[in-house]
Design a protein around this ligand. Structure first.
Ligand code: FAD
Length: 485
């Protein structure tokens, strides 16, 4: 049995179960030194936003407790150069190898590739594993061997690979290894906001950590899966899983979700590949698809995949953007979504689409402004999902909703929040507005919501302005125009 330790580099895999790098490290029989490097000031990366930092603090604290219970300890280091820190630690501890689970952000791919070469040149082993996806982005291919650019062929190609590998349980014990220097204290990293503590409300809705990720999945399967397909569009209904921040930080793996969902359906004598269950699994695969798009298009977060959109005449007014950010546009469903986001770090998917469409189309603000705001305020902020979704709504992405498909926020609000429960919850100024005017209070007689902002855009005029600007780009896609009429 080797006494040289294995350095285990935790990143977006903050869990002990179904963690292949950890399992492989324990399997060697060597002592294991688990390390987390906070590299939030590294140039060239999307530094975690305010909401993500809150989650990260609590998630690391949970992980650290779990490791301690198994005889290990999480070593914390803050550094502008994570790869160099890992290399130096590996040298100082005379490590046999460094193990980690792969990340797919372009900066991480580049960093990790270089690190592997550096370690191997120094005769230190380096092994990476897949913990974040059902399948690697390079494994899911069309028949001609290229990555699918559209979701349906992506789903078919993924299904053709069969079920992903079964998840592994957490190791019972982890042989500890001492670090060469003192660990940073998590509190000293000041990841939590203080003055003001705008994250105060997050504790009501969220509990980061592996245990609560598993508990949330249990809750979802038992209580919501059955109605997911239709219910997932109604923001007032508890029909979605809210697993996204847990997934982003790797507190639960997509393989665990996949296999648990299938086992749950079989136990209930239901087919997991039909109805609500299949719909849920498909959403999980949208996450895979977004990661594939990012992996194969490293500029996805910054540049329009359809280059003609770079010439779009975006409106650069700060006041417009700020009204949207603060939920003061005067369009009820949009303001409800933006306020939910600010207060809870989450926004329901249907409302994300409405708010994003409104920003890009009715307000003609560059999708990258919205992407940046979501990045800072979402607890589930994820480079792949966020960038792919914003480009999807903008119409500038690969498998995108065409630009000229413009959501009408009044009709969307009336359809998906029919009794107004969601809108009134987040926009209390509208409490006394009768249902029929709730989504268009400017038409209500007698001004029943005097404290609510006047709408910043006339919806019909905003829509016409956006369509005219879109036409000005030239014949971007005549086939799509014909299909959508
Ligand atoms: P559920 O409906 O329960 O779905 C289960 C899981 O599937 C989710 O946790 C998520 O991991 C995945 N998923 C669901 N929908 C999508 C989707 N459209 N694209 C990719 N994966 C999906 N999701 C993020 O995780 N991070 C982001 O930063 C993010 N930004 C978005 C920005 C915009 C403009 C839009 C329209 C969507 C964005 N999404 C993002 C996708 C989606 O809104 C969230 O994943 C979902 O609302 C999370 O809630 P849930 O866990 O209850 O989802």
């Amino acid at each position: 049995m080797s006494e040289k330790p294995i350095l285990l580099w935790f990143r977006q895999d903050l869990r002990l179960s179904d963690n292949p790098a950890l399992a492989a490290a324990v399997e060697t029989g060597a002592p294991v030194l688990p390390v987390y490097v906070l590299d939030d000031e590294t140039p060239g990366r999307w530094a975690p936003g305010g909401a993500s930092r809150w989650w990260l603090h609590h998630s690391l604290s949970e992980l650290s407790n779990r490791l301690t219970k198994r005889g290990s300890a999480l070593h914390l280091v803050r550094s502008r150069d994570a790869a160099e820190t890992i290399r130096a630690l590996a040298t100082e501890t005379d490590a046999a190898a460094v193990y980690w689970n792969r990340c797919y952000e372009p900066f991480a791919v580049e960093r990790d590739t270089k690190l592997k070469q550096t370690l191997q040149a120094a005769d230190i082993g380096a092994e990476s594993f897949n913990a974040a996806l059902l399948f690697e982005p390079w494994e899911v291919k069309t028949k001609s061997g290229t990555p699918p650019k559209v979701f349906s062929p992506y789903w078919r190609a993924l299904r053709a690979l069969g079920d992903p590998a079964a998840p592994e349980p957490a190791p019972d014990e982890i042989r500890g290894s001492s670090a060469p220097s003192k660990s940073d204290s998590l509190d000293d990293w000041r990841l939590l906001p203080t003055r003001p503590n705008w994250a105060n409300g997050f504790h009501t809705d969220w509990k980061p950590g592996e245990d609560s990720a598993q508990a949330r999945l249990d809750w979802f399967l038992e209580n919501a899966l059955e109605n997911y397909k239709d219910g997932r569009n109604f923001p007032a209904k508890p029909c979605v899983s809210r697993l996204s921040p847990h997934l982003h930080f790797g507190e639960i793996s997509p393989r665990q979700i996949w296999h648990r969902t299938i086992a749950f359906c079989h136990a209930e004598d239901r087919n997991p590949f039909s109805g609500s269950a299949e719909h849920f699994l498909k959403e999980l695969v949208w996450r895979e698809f977004s990661h594939s798009l990012l992996y194969h298009n490293p500029k996805l977060p910054e540049a329009c995949l359809r280059p003609e959109f770079e010439n779009f005449p975006w409106d650069r007014s700060d006041t417009t953007l700020q009204a949207w950010q603060h939920g003061r546009t005067g369009i009820p469903i949009v303001d409800a979504g933006m306020r939910e986001l600010w207060q809870t770090g989450y926004m329901h998917n249907r409302v994300r689409m409405i708010c994003a469409s409104f920003l890009i189309k009715h307000l003609m603000v560059d999708w990258r402004e919205g992407e940046a705001w979501f990045w800072d305020t979402l607890l589930d902020a994820d480079l792949a999902n966020n960038a792919a979704s914003w480009q999807w709504v903008a119409g500038s992405g690969a498998d995108a909703a065409p630009y000229f498909r413009i959501f009408n926020p009044v009709l969307q609000g009336e359809k998906f929040d029919p009794d107004g429960a969601y809108t009134r919850r987040w926009v209390p100024e509208l409490a006394d507005v009768p249902d029929r005017y709730l989504q268009k209070p400017w038409e209500a007689p007698g001004n029943p919501a005097p404290d609510y902002p006047t709408r910043i855009v006339d919806l019909a005029a905003g829509r016409d302005r956006a369509l005219a600007a879109y036409k000005g780009l030239g014949d971007t896609d005549s086939e799509r125009s014909a299909a959508w009429g």
